[in-house]
Design a protein around this ligand. Structure first.
Ligand code: MEZ
Length: 543
């Protein structure tokens, strides 16, 4: 859908100011100015954006109400009636989640001699990994070092990251990029064969390795092939419903549900790895999202019920540049690599208002200030609002053909709606992108629950309160690999007791004491897109 006539005067203004803006330098904000901007405009700080959890290991901690409702709901299973006497499968390592974290965990567990099952809610690969555009961060170039990567990551996370986890993240990073390259990932390369690296907000060096603007899809292509070639069993369309905990308090596998038959499957496992991803499809505060349909917090909910602790769950990442037009693409990711390649953010008057390489918490807040606070944004006839991401700058700065060469996916997607990003800027607004926190892990992905591991976006501690671009694809492979390797070794020594759902029974008592109606159940499994007035309950699957 081409731009409506009401936006045309502003489009003309953006074009008229483009050449002059090339020379303009916008200084980075001081720490104080950043803090003030974030506290004034970041959605995490809006009234009503969090509420204290009332039950479980994190009782009293603030979390988004959309998540709190799921954490304070009943299981889909009745622990008094559910039959666990004959497990459907018995494995050493059960990896749950078909994205990069789960797949790399399953692969490493297999390579370390474990009998592995990978279970996933949708098709193998359907995940936030395949939505990742920009790339993976790693200090591989001569002018860079893991130490600089460490400092940038800690600063981006507002120094609340677990330093041990960040140390592991940045030190494993070059190894992970080498591993992916050897497996066959086709990274963008310069004429001398070296990887081309781009800049992302908060990184002091160019260290994001990309595969055009479909980096995650390319990585997932290769990993999925690898798992298939090695004949690791994969169970698709089988979402996680509950973890099993034995009579010694150890995690002992999981109950999955089969979408097609509605049947439950009991999988006994000596080690279980949750790699179920994020919560974008909860649409916190009504924001659109860049996330895959499966991102409904399932692992967080069942891991919490089993006794694992959450960390930083009140810190949600809003990517600054989600599509705000056409309406069909609302919230779609417009990679940060565009800004890293020189694209400006400009308001309705064609003016820049922030250094585009600030961290995401800051840049998103600046956009919200421009639109909501200063009235310098634009509104479309569909009611969406935003500022401009001036994509024609790329060809102006780097020569004709550059935009389509580096960002082919974005160009083609917008052309399908009659917008040519080579000629016209894109209207953008912050979009829910990532959960900075998650279930607390150590350097091997272990939680406080014996035999239970977490890897990737469902884990907490690595990213602090604000993740830097490129550190998510990195996180999933670093900690997916580590969890898989450790789980395989650990499983050899595990003796499981009687399988049980006693933890669910105890949790139900607490939910009941809150007065939660019995039809409020979780995990959600699929996003709830019924219209508000048609809903039976505000959250979860209604049993
Ligand atoms: O790590 C990310 O989230 C990332 C690089 C996203 C993007 O802008 O492409």
């Amino acid at each position: 859908m081409p731009y409506p006539s009401s936006l045309q005067p502003s489009l003309a203004r953006v074009a008229a100011t483009r050449a002059a803006r090339r020379q303009q330098q916008i200084p980075r904000l001081s720490l104080e100015a950043k803090a003030e901007l974030i506290q004034g405009y970041h959605p995490d700080f809006r009234p009503g954006s969090r509420r204290p959890l009332r039950i479980g290991p994190n009782a009293g901690d603030p979390v988004p109400p959309e998540l709190a409702d799921l954490l304070e709901a009943y299981s889909r299973l009745d622990p008094d009636r559910f039959d666990l006497s004959e497990p459907d499968a018995d494995v050493d390592v059960l990896a749950i989640g078909g994205g990069g974290a789960g797949t790399s965990a399953a692969l490493l567990a297999h390579l370390n001699g474990a009998r592995v099952l990978l279970a996933t809610k949708l098709r193998h690969g359907d995940s936030n990994t395949i939505m990742a555009e920009g790339g993976i961060a790693a200090a591989t170039h001569r002018h860079d070092s893991p130490t600089l990567h460490f400092l940038d990551t800690m600063g981006g996370g507002r120094f609340e990251n677990d330093p041990q986890l960040v140390k592991v993240l940045v030190h494993d990073a070059p190894l992970v990029v080498e591993w992916l390259t050897e497996l066959g990932v086709m990274f963008d390369r310069a004429e001398d064969g070296s990887h081309i690296c781009s800049l992302a907000g908060g990184h002091s060096r160019r260290r994001v390795h990309s595969c055009k603007d479909y980096s995650g899809l390319e990585m997932m292509r290769v990993l999925r092939d690898e798992l298939r070639t090695r004949q690791v069993p994969v169970l698709e369309f089988s979402p996680l419903v509950e973890l099993l905990v034995d009579d010694q308090g150890q995690c002992a596998g999981a109950v999955l549900s089969q979408f097609d038959t509605g049947r439950y499957l009991v999988v006994r496992a000596r080690a279980t790895i949750l790699a179920t991803g994020g919560i974008g499809r909860l649409h916190v505060q009504g924001f659109p999202t860049t996330n895959h349909f499966g991102a409904t917090a399932d692992g967080l909910v069942v891991g919490y019920r089993a006794g694992a602790r959450l960390l930083h769950m009140d810190a949600i990442q809003f990517h600054p540049t989600g599509a705000a037009w056409p309406p069909q693409m609302l919230g779609w990711l417009l990679t940060e690599a565009l800004r890293g390649t020189g694209v400006h953010l400009v308001n309705r008057h064609g003016e820049r208002f922030i250094n585009e390489m600030e961290t995401r918490d800051c840049t998103s807040s600046a956009i919200l200030r421009e639109v909501d606070g200063r009235g310098n944004g634009l509104e479309t006839p569909a009611g969406t609002r935003g500022v401009w991401l001036d994509t024609p700058m790329i060809d102006l700065l780097h020569g004709p053909g550059t935009l389509v060469r580096l960002f082919a996916g974005i160009v083609h997607r917008f052309q399908a709606y009659g917008i040519d990003p080579r000629q016209e800027p894109l209207l953008v607004y912050p979009t829910q992108h990532y959960q900075n926190g998650g279930l607390r892990i150590d350097a091997w992905g272990r939680t406080a629950v014996p035999n239970l591991y977490v890897a990737g976006e469902a884990s907490g501690g690595v990213q602090g309160r604000n993740r830097l671009g490129g550190n998510s694809l990195l996180d999933i492979f670093v900690f997916g690999r580590r969890a898989g390797q450790h789980a395989a070794e650990h499983a050899r020594g595990v003796q499981l007791g009687r399988l049980g759902l006693e933890h669910v029974r105890r949790y139900h008592e607490q939910v009941h004491a809150l007065g939660v109606p019995p039809e409020y159940t979780s995990p959600l499994l699929l996003p709830n897109y019924t219209r508000r007035h048609e809903r039976q309950a505000p959250v979860g699957g209604v049993a």
